[in-house]
Design a protein around this ligand. Sequence first.
Ligand code: DLZ
Length: 197
Amino acid sequence: MTTIKGPGAAQSLDGSGLRIAIVHARWNTAIIDSLVSGAKKSLLAAGVTEDNITVQTVPGSYELPLGVQRIYAASQVQASSSGEGISATDLLSSSTTDLKSASQSTSPKKPFDAIIAIGVLIKGATMHFEYIADAVSHGLMRVQLDTGVPVIFGLLTVLTEEQGLERAGLGKSGMHNHGEDWGSAAVELGVKRQEWS
Ligand code: DLZ
């Protein structure tokens, strides 16, 4: 089906120097798994190496903003312990077990250049969906603006399971896997953020 929706012409950007994290919820696993695969496929196609892709999970979408915030902070600590540099302010705001284990890592890594947050919220009979969708959207935007690291919004807010399957490339209509768009967006923002620094 032809459509005017989507991010426009593909950008051919070199992601080979990027370090990207995917943080995903585990609710609605079949849909999530396909979206994560789609995102990874685009990252690899843009040259991001397997070694520079970190995948971390949280129980549900509600946990995504904290997961993204902490994994980014941990990567900053990890970078500081490998000589990549971290500001005093960053250090002062970082203090969890996550950060401790990250700082004990022996592998020299720089902080993530972009983080993709993936979750699937399916509307039920109550107001639960509306509250979580709103909180997660604002939470992810807040982390993005507070830290300056691009946070790609991979949260599907669908009314039915079928709508979710469609957007993960698993439906009958042939709709593409939206995870692929999120992988490309992460590469584009990761590269552009370096240019904007
Ligand atoms: C509780 C809940 C429900 C009902 N539905 C979803 C959903 O469709 N997608 C999702 O990612 N998470 C769901 N959750 C779990 C919440 O996001 C969260 O993990 C719990 O409320 C614990 O904080």
